[in-house]
Structure formats: structure tokens, C-alpha cells
Design a protein around this ligand. Structure first.
Ligand SMILES: C[S@@+](CC[C@H](N)C(=O)[O-])C[C@H]1O[C@@H](n2cnc3c(N)ncnc32)[C@H](O)[C@@H]1O
Length: 258
């Protein structure tokens, strides 16, 4: 088990970001969106064969968008896990507006103690594992709560995107293999918010998931879909959208507990 180096408190940071993030950044809940300009789930089929009536846990569920989208695909009963109570309050409100219920747990992905062994058919995480330092512990917990045959599916930001400049010719500003990054989200909350992320390569994800005793079924860097709907709906600015024509934006992974 690796100890998290002392640094920014990501849960406290997300408590401060929650309100402006949900108001000004947001995330789709009308479809399961794995990443920015990512093909929709109906084209990817990352979980479509297992989602129906699946006892589903969403790790880093944030404002609940992915819980709502998974419910629309037939998943349930649902559990949402996130260490930020501010984010979970938005999830509670979103679920209520959608007429849905979910068990919500305020905790990190590394500690799922209230969830029983083999109690989930499906564990999902959308764009949250970049904030998880101790993958060994998180994947041990995922393996514990999944029933044999259960599926884990996740997406994270691609380190090639995070290591290169936003404008052409997209030169490197950080070594590709430097995982830990301290950064500041400026201009969203009333003051700067410091965060610590870990951006891992597809190979590093494969190694970590396999070491936990899960069998990787898919590991993908999808080609970006049409940018226009993402820009029109305010989820992407034009510059970031254009970059995703050149640089991969998302890593997708699906693994199975044998
Ligand atoms: C970019 S949001 C993603 C939420 C949602 N899936 C979305 O796309 O909007 C990242 C989420 O990860 C959560 N998070 C931070 N540290 C975490 C941890 N150790 N375990 C699980 N979630 C974490 C944050 O609180 C935040 O809600």
C-alpha cells in the first residue's frame, strides 16, 4: 500500500469547487459520457451488455450525472461514492429531480467499507481516478465488492493531453511519465483551488488493474467525435475541442473479476 504524499486535500478542494463546477462546467446526464468528445456509450458499448438491472456502484460520482445516465440505461439499484459532501449534495438534488434514488456514501474510492463483499455487478468511474493516489488499495476494494464475473469500467483524462500545450503545435510541457501533478483551478471558485492529480499512461493502468487480480477486457484511446455538440452545450471551449483532433483525450478501461 502506498502512502499519499502530503499535499492539497482533493476532497476539500472539490467541496469548494462543487457549486461553481456544477453551475459553470457541468457534465452531461442525458447520456453516459465517458469523456470529452468521447463516442457515446451506445457506440462504445463499454457496459451495455452488463448494465441491465446491474447493482451498480459509481466511484467519484460527483454531481450524480453518471448515476442518472446509468439509470437511464437500466442500471440499478445504484450507489454513488464520492469524498466531497459538496458534490454529493448536487448528486442528491439531481437524483431527486430525476425521480431516482441512490445510496450515497461520502468516502474515497480507496475505502468502500460500508459496501459488502461481492455486492456489486458493475463498478463504474468516470473521470475521477485521476484523483486517486493509492490504486492498489482502490482496486483491492473494487475487486472485493464485485461479485465473481462482475465488471469494472472507467475513464480518465489522457496524460498526452495533460502533458502538452493547449495550442498548436502542442509541444510537451511536462514529461509524459510524470504522474503526480499539483495544479490550481483558477477563475472558477471565488479563489484559487489547489488540487493534486495522478495522470497515468494506458500501460500503467493495465499494469495496476492486472496486479489487482482483475482481467482487462478493453483498454482504449478513442478517436474524438464531432466537437460541435460539446461546444454548443458549453462543455468544451473551441481551443480544447480542436486539440482533441490531434491528441487523445480519454483512456477507457474495462476489466472483469474472474
Ligand atoms: C471531474 S469530477 C468527475 C465527477 C463526474 N463523474 C463528472 O464527470 O462530472 C471528479 C470527482 O472525483 C472526486 N474524487 C476526488 N478524489 C477522489 C477519491 N479519492 N476517490 C473517489 N472520488 C474522488 C471528486 O470529489 C469529484 O467529484
Amino acid at each position: 500500500m502506498s502512502k499519499q504524499p502530503s499535499g492539497p486535500d482533493n476532497a476539500a478542494a472539490w467541496d469548494r469547487l462543487a457549486e461553481p463546477y456544477q453551475r459553470h462546467v457541468g457534465w452531461p446526464d442525458d447520456h453516459l459520457a465517458w469523456g470529452l468528445r468521447c463516442p457515446p456509450e451506445e457506440d462504445l458499448g463499454l457496459v451495455s451488455d452488463v448494465v441491465g438491472d446491474a447493482r451498480t456502484v459509481v466511484l467519484g460520482c460527483g454531481g450524480g450525472q453518471d448515476l442518472v445516465a446509468l439509470a437511464r440505461l437500466g442500471a440499478g439499484p445504484l450507489t454513488g461514492v464520492d469524498p466531497s459532501s459538496g458534490q454529493l449534495e448536487h448528486a442528491r438534488q439531481r437524483l431527486s429531480r430525476a425521480g431516482l434514488t441512490a445510496r450515497l456514501e461520502t468516502r474515497p474510492a480507496t475505502d468502500l467499507a460500508p459496501l459488502d463483499d461481492a455486492s456489486a455487478d458493475l463498478v463504474v468511474s468516470v473521470q475521477a481516478f485521476d484523483y486517486v493516489h493509492d490504486l492498489e488499495r482502490a482496486f483491492a476494494e473494487i475487486r472485493r465488492v464485485l461479485r465473481p464475473g462482475g465488471v469494472f469500467a472507467m475513464s480518465v483524462l489522457h496524460p498526452a493531453d495533460l502533458s502538452t500545450e493547449d495550442a498548436a503545435p502542442y509541444g510537451w510541457h511536462t514529461p509524459y511519465h510524470q504522474q503526480q501533478r499539483d495544479w490550481v483551478w483558477d477563475g472558477l471558485a471565488d479563489r484559487e483551488v489547489a488540487l493534486r492529480s495522478w495522470f497515468r499512461s494506458p500501460a500503467a493502468w493495465f499494469t495496476a488493474v492486472t496486479a489487482a487480480g482483475l482481467t482487462v477486457q478493453r483498454l482504449e484511446e478513442p478517436v474524438a467525435v464531432d466537437a460541435r455538440p460539446w461546444i454548443e452545450r458549453g462543455w468544451l471551449d473551441a481551443t480544447t475541442a480542436a486539440k482533441l483532433d490531434v491528441v487523445p483525450g480519454t483512456i477507457l478501461l474495462r476489466a472483469r473479476r474472474d
